[in-house]
Design a binder for this molecule. Structure first.
Ligand code: C2E
Ligand code: MG
Ligand code: MG
Ligand code: MG
Length: 291
């Protein structure tokens, strides 16, 4: 009986594996087609100053506009782009598209030079030997104001090759690019990386913010990460702020900026432009009151 069960177990396992492999292939083919069919789109989520409520920039987030399923979030497909290597091509498109948006908003006068547009770069793309050249070339083709583009990396970029990571970052910094350490606190060695990597921003992962109102240890952790970041001279951003109470807590803990549904979900470029426009009106109003 044990043997039979074992055999069934194995047969079931194989079927599940085959099914999964098939699904993966179908998805891969669809994702490949998506690039030529223009089905990728960048959404933008506001980054907001905790003290003033004014925009400090945005994070660009990839969406797949599926003809039947509508907008698909990257949670479902980014790992397939990575494992198949398609993330290189799509990642290059993301960089270009983000620069096109930034260039437009700068030309329209709604993007201040102290704002940052962040893009997420996968380890696989970041580690390629020609990554720096691709970025330089893109910035020549689609020039944006110096110091306005930011790259978010996670510590998985670093694993195994910290020296190389640092030198890539230093080369990109020469092009005026700044760096944020994303999903901080979720990895294994974040703190030692924080010490060595030339990042200017630390992003506290949303898993620490989610239950911030109720969870005593999350409070301690967020406050500690925030003061550590500040003492290291970094800007501290809290991700995933959904409620007023969370905003008040991160303000007390000394975070500089936040992102989250409380202010805005990630939205398409034309909608984000409206946010930028309102923000710049508010800003001129403030300036005229002050002056
Ligand atoms: P991430 O870079 O940490 O992005 C933050 C994620 O949190 C986004 O999910 C965003 O929509 C979500 N989020 C923001 N505010 C809230 C909130 O208040 N509550 C909750 N529950 N969630 C919030 P999204 O867009 O689904 O992206 C998931 C992950 O996929 C990203 O995590 C990033 O690792 C990856 N990703 C997204 N876009 C890109 C991209 O263009 N390139 C690469 N390489 N990875 C990307
Ligand atoms: Mg990010
Ligand atoms: Mg994050
Ligand atoms: Mg994340």
């Amino acid at each position: 009986q044990v043997k039979e069960g074992g055999r069934n177990g194995i047969a079931f396992f194989n079927e599940a594996m085959a099914e999964q492999a098939k699904n993966q292939l179908v998805l891969e083919a669809e994702l490949h087609k998506a690039l030529s069919a223009d089905q990728y789109e960048l959404f933008y989520q506001a980054k907001v100053d905790v003290q003033t409520g004014m925009l400090t920039g945005a994070e660009a987030l990839l969406r797949w506009k599926h003809p039947e399923r509508g907008y698909v979030s990257p949670g479902i497909f980014i790992s397939v782009l990575e494992s198949s290597g398609m993330i290189i091509e799509v990642g290059q498109w993301i960089l270009e598209e983000a620069c096109r948006s930034l260039q437009k908003w700068q030309a329209l006068g709604v993007w201040n030079d102290d704002m940052h547009l962040s893009i997420n770069i996968s380890p696989r793309q970041f580690r390629r030997s020609d990554f720096v050249d691709e970025v330089k070339k893109t910035l020549m083709d689609i020039p944006v104001h110096r110091g306005t583009l930011d790259i978010e990396i996670t510590e998985s970029v670093v694993i195994g090759n910290i020296e190389e990571t640092i030198s890539t970052m230093e080369e990109l910094a020469l092009e005026g690019i700044s760096f944020s350490l994303d999903d901080f606190g979720t990895g294994y060695s974040s703190i030692s990386y924080l010490k060595r990597l030339p990042v200017s921003t630390l992003k506290i992962d949303q898993s620490f913010i989610r239950d911030l109102g109720e969870d005593r240890s999350d409070k301690v952790l967020v406050e500690s990460m925030s003061s550590m970041g500040r003492l290291l001279g970094l800007k501290v951003v809290a991700e995933g702020v959904e409620e007023q109470e969370q905003l008040e807590l991160i303000r007390d803990f000394g975070c500089d900026e936040y992102q989250g549904y409380f202010f805005s979900r990630p939205i398409p470029a034309d909608q984000f432009y409206k946010l930028l426009h309102e923000n710049s009106l508010k800003q001129s109003l403030k300036a005229s009151r002050a002056g």
